[in-house]
Design a protein around this ligand. Sequence first.
Ligand SMILES: Cc1ncc(COP(=O)(O)O)c(C=O)c1O
Length: 416
Amino acid sequence: MSVASVLRTETAFDVQKIREDFPILKQQVHGKPLVYLDNAATSQKPQVVIDAITRYYTFENSNIHRGVHYLSSQATIAYENTRTILKNFLNAASEKEILFVRGTTEGINLVAQSYGRTFFKEGDEIIVSAMEHHSNIVPWQIVCEQTGAKLRVIPMNERGELQLDAYEKLFNPRTRFVSIVHVSNSLGTINPVEEMIATAHRYGVPVLLDGAQAVQHLTVDVRALDCDFYVFSGHKIYGPTGVGVLYGKQALLEKMPPYQGGGDMIRSVTFEKTTFNELPYKFEAGTPNIVGGISMTAGVRYLQSIGVDAIGQYEHELLEYGTDVLSSIKGLRLIGTAKSKTGILSFVLDNVHPHDVGTFLDVEGIAIRTGHHCTQPVMQFFKVPATSRASLAMYNTKEEIDILADAIRKVMKVFS
Ligand SMILES: Cc1ncc(COP(=O)(O)O)c(C=O)c1O
């Protein structure tokens, strides 16, 4: 069967049409068609996002919130419209709850420094989980150093699922905050966050969700979840790097001090005293990534035009196919076998180091990620130095998974 006909058999979700929207996928790498399976690190960009960047710099470029001239007001309108689109994307109650940040990492640091430094004290406890990305461990460790608070860790089982009974036992009168990943980047586990938030709220504790690997695969409704903070990065949802969103409940954001000082976040400044701007500007010091915000939103609209549920369903089919195909390879062990998963296929091969796997696959035109994926505690738990990780997006196909599997079989032969 030709590539085109294989792709056409998947037309219920028209992956061939979607692939046409991503110019980078058309190229060859080392003389082979590019098979891009490193989407958890960053996704590729559709033409509409690339066009939004070009259009902004060609016709709109200007600083926002400051100028009275035409271009400045056009750029301000375009930027603030993006906030409304993002508010609707997450189903937040107000634009005041949508803060532009550089990405997930900055969003978590903002909450740790602004909320944590204000409200944590000696002996307080912060709950994170055993499967966190370093971005959701280190900012809390820093604020623990600063305030005398301590981290408590929710354990997981061998499938890579959090142990909810152990989670509930971590709560006590000193518990001040819960910060957990919605979907794990190294295991693919979708955590039962609704239930976990309800537990935390029974103890009066706010919850932050790290949604870096969730919003591109699952419909997220922050009000239905009732999370207190939600954070994600533009570049993992088909948008550019250097921009992301922090959602926070207005009542909490109102109580929090600014994270950084500078232009735009002030109401008035004298050498004696500064008063701060209203939400969301209080948290947005300095000239933001204007083109990033605008083009990230082009990515969000693209995602919405296809439908996040439809994307999730298609990726799930790919995941099931990939799990079957890879599990049939002798000497391959999947790391992360949770019942509820997104399209992450992390694996180790008997007697072959993941870096050798990654290098070998690259020569075949296949891009995967190897290493600890910024989750060293996950590697320690599974007693592996690193894994090879194929991570799926809406433009991947079963044929690409077959190409991956064939290449892995070749690696096994070469290293046996
Ligand atoms: C689960 C998770 N959290 C946080 C991050 C950090 O995202 P960023 O580097 O875009 O800030 C990542 C990136 O891989 C991630 O997968």
